[in-house]
Design a protein around this ligand. Structure first.
Ligand code: SF4
Length: 542
């Protein structure tokens, strides 16, 4: 986000001759105040309170009058020490494993991040000397800031406990997570070397919601011997499932073979070096991550498996989703009705793709394992695309290449704008997911790089301005249906881009990413994951 403000500037600070992307001669632009990054759940309570009032007074189904817009309050300051703040400079260095993260939904920052944190802590303490572990009596996790304020609704406590019990986020069975929620008083055993400890959900403590935190999503984990702390670490769930801790140093990375910050630099390599897009992206990935080609394909195959398993599960389960909305799942019913001939070819095709998006979106809402692509809220889009590519019997190598192209779009948006609903509204989550999906389809079906880029541009363009306004703070309405639309729009964007003369497209990808960054900056704070505006206050739950 810091990058976003540096790139765009404001009319009050630029020289006046710049195009939106900036001429680069204006010098540094003072960072304007950013809106408060407040939790979905915290402000979702506003909507819940409105619903309760409606119940007491007799529900009229009428939307309450919209609140008068207030100036956006200042954001909680992010420490400049955080790697997430520092990594917004220089060429793109994100790797596939950082980007496609597997773990429980419904929130990458409030569920997946905390589980990755406690699993990291479990692994650390497991390696402590035996004499220290022998004295251990307890493990405790304290949630602060937004994690404490909104953790109940996001299942932060059960995800944190699962990690602390040694369950790896990528492979933890959904039934285990469901069991933790269904039996909150159950005692669980965790073995650390010579010692076995008993843990319950009460060992995950909802602590102070306000204070001077290094990051709004701060938590601490402790290994205790009675009142004595044997080992303690402060962690931060910095967004998108990324985690850091006090003293965190990002892992050493190699330099990309083809450094780029913008799509037009990528294009230059493709033309000058006459290298296929997927090869360029693979070589960069190997150079930055140090992984072999085989390791990369294995990882993408695992991502494919988790995504397709999630869609397949979501297509068979029918349930009321957790939370106050009492939302009934739709994916399984849509699948059942696919044979409905009245819909015709177009109706059936759209229903099929949309049902895949619903299936994974609903799995996310159930708190089951998903893959961030780019976030948890938008996690239904790429699985829907993958499943529909499999319907076409697309060879897995082409699906892998599609994953590379999709990631490149995500990297560009992350680097030059944002992937966070709290920073840029839903255009940054579902908009980017749909853009990634369009690029994936084009790449997997063998389109030229210009078509891949145009498809991504088209999908993103038609999500510009989309706000983040989850009802009651739950990643359900509008999020799940938006995943379905995001997948359908990805196909639409590909279909348009593959039918036009690529060079004649008037808007290029960099321009649209810049437009998204500008829109994000100017979007009212009410529409940035606060549940304080839009659908979140218009819909009365009764
Ligand atoms: S509305 Fe969009 S950005 Fe907001 S939580 Fe839902 S999916 Fe994420």
């Amino acid at each position: 986000m810091k990058k976003l403000f540096n790139v765009i500037g404001t009319s009050g600070h630029v020289c006046g001759t710049c195009k939106p992307a900036g001429c680069g001669t204006c010098g540094s632009v003072p960072k304007p105040p950013t809106p408060t990054v407040l939790s979905r759940r915290e402000f979702g309570l506003t909507a819940v309170a409105a619903s309760a009032a409606a119940l007491l007074t007799g529900c009229s189904q009428q939307a309450p009058p919209e609140k008068v817009s207030q100036p956006a309050p200042a954001a909680p300051a992010l420490s400049p020490d955080l790697a997430v703040v520092q990594s917004s400079k220089g060429p793109i260095m994100t790797t596939l494993q950082e980007f496609y993260k597997m773990g429980p939904g419904p929130s990458s920052s409030h569920t997946m991040g905390p589980m990755r944190i406690t699993y990291d802590f479990f692994e650390r303490v497991s390696k402590l000397p035996e004499d220290q572990l022998q004295r251990a009596t307890d493990l405790k996790v304290h949630l602060f800031g937004s994690l404490s304020a909104t953790g109940k609704g996001h299942g932060t406590d059960r995800a944190s406990l699962a990690g602390l019990l040694g369950k790896a986020p990528a492979t933890c069975p959904p039934q285990f997570l469901d069991g933790l929620a269904a039996n909150p008083d159950e005692v669980h055993k965790v073995t650390l070397g010579p010692k076995t400890l008993n843990l319950t959900l009460k060992d995950i403590v909802f602590d102070a919601t306000k204070g001077e935190f290094h990051h709004p999503n701060t938590m601490t984990a402790k290994l205790l011997a009675g009142n004595e702390t044997l080992y303690e670490l402060e962690y931060y769930s910095v967004g998108g499932g990324f985690i850091e801790w006090k003293g965190y140093k990002p892992p050493d990375k190699g330099q990309p073979k083809y450094p780029y910050e913008h799509a037009n630099e990528l294009k230059k390599y493709l033309l000058d070096d006459k290298i296929p897009l997927s090869k360029l992206l693979l070589e960069n990935e190997m150079a930055i991550s140090g992984k072999s080609e085989k390791d990369i394909w294995e990882f993408l195959d695992q991502v494919t498996e988790v995504m397709v398993r999630g869609v397949d599960t979501g297509l068979t389960v029918e349930s009321v989703l957790p939370g106050p909305i009492k939302l009934h799942s739709k994916a399984a019913g849509m699948q059942r009705n696919l044979k409905n001939t009245a819909k015709g070819e177009a109706g059936r095709a759209v229903t099929r793709v949309a049902s895949y998006g619903f299936a994974m979106g609903e799995e996310n809402a159930r708190g089951h394992i998903i893959v961030t692509a780019p976030t948890a809220g938008s996690a239904g889009i790429i699985p829907a695309v993958v499943k529909s590519l499999q319907d076409l019997h697309t060879p897995q190598q082409q699906v892998r290449d599609g994953f590379l192209a999709a990631a490149a779009i995500g990297y560009l948006c992350k680097h030059n704008a944002t992937l966070s609903g709290a920073e840029g509204g839903c255009q940054a989550e579902v908009g980017v997911g749909s853009s990634m999906g369009a690029a994936m389809i084009a790449q997997a079906l063998g389109a030229k790089p210009k078509v891949v880029s145009n498809a991504a541009e088209s999908a993103l363009e038609h999500h510009l301005g989309m706000t983040c306004d989850p009802v009651a703070g739950y990643v359900q309405v509008p999020c799940i249906e938006r995943c379905a639309y995001g997948a359908v729009k990805a196909w639409t964007a590909y279909c348009i881009a593959s039918e036009e003369i690529p060079e004649e497209r008037r808007v290029d990808l960099d321009t649209t990413i810049t437009a998204m960054a500008l829109t994000a900056k100017e979007m009212n704070a009410k529409y940035k994951e606060t549940s304080e505006g839009g659908l979140a206050v218009s819909l009365v739950l009764c």
